[in-house]
Design a protein around this ligand. Sequence first.
Ligand SMILES: [Zn+2]
Length: 253
Amino acid sequence: MKSYISHFESRLGAMTWRISTLVESETPTSEKVEVDRVVNALAEWAAGLGAQVRLHQQAIVGDCLECRWNTQAPGAPILIICHLDTVHPLGSVERSPTRIEDDVLFGLGAYDMKASIVLVQTVLEDLQALGLALARPVIWLVTTDEEIGSPYSRPLVEKLGREAELVLVMEFSDYEERIVTARKGVGIFQLTVLGRESHSGSAPGEGINALVEAARLVEPVVALSDPARARSLRQRLCAAARVITSSLASVTW
Ligand SMILES: [Zn+2]
């Protein structure tokens, strides 16, 4: 064990450089072109390490990356899952540059979860270099839509998950460095508020403004959050549509 620790301590500089490079290559979920560029770089890296690489094309978000090693080894695979996307819009890195303070690296998306990607790369490289190839097939899945609830990668996660004997989701745990074995669930709800169209000149009193009605719902929806029960709601106004004379006809939220 001790020799492993000193071995990985010797890799610290390379890992720090790699994490910084990955952080500087911004990958917000919504920016397919930027995300694909990094996915392709990871695919090249994996191919260089002898993986069978498969890109799962996505229309809206970045392509998902599936890499397989030791395909001839007996037994069901170990599946390692990472996500590449972050919540930080393009240009954020310029405003919050990567830095190291007191031995801690701060970088946008480093914790969630670019450092994990580098950790997986380093461990897989080193196992191979040290002649310690795992006695099972290994699959590394990198998804690109985790920050919006994995709507596009979910079928792939489920399919590969069923194939595997063990799944390691490389999401960091918490500041106390405990292993997380389950997470609270996530739900996505869409509210559509319908108003009533009317002419602002001849019948102003007959319209119902959907935007105003939607605004009335904001407070009660926010009040559904309950920190004591670890329940949190995030609100996003997605679209306010169809303004016809005085009344906004519908709002989707
Ligand atoms: Zn994450």
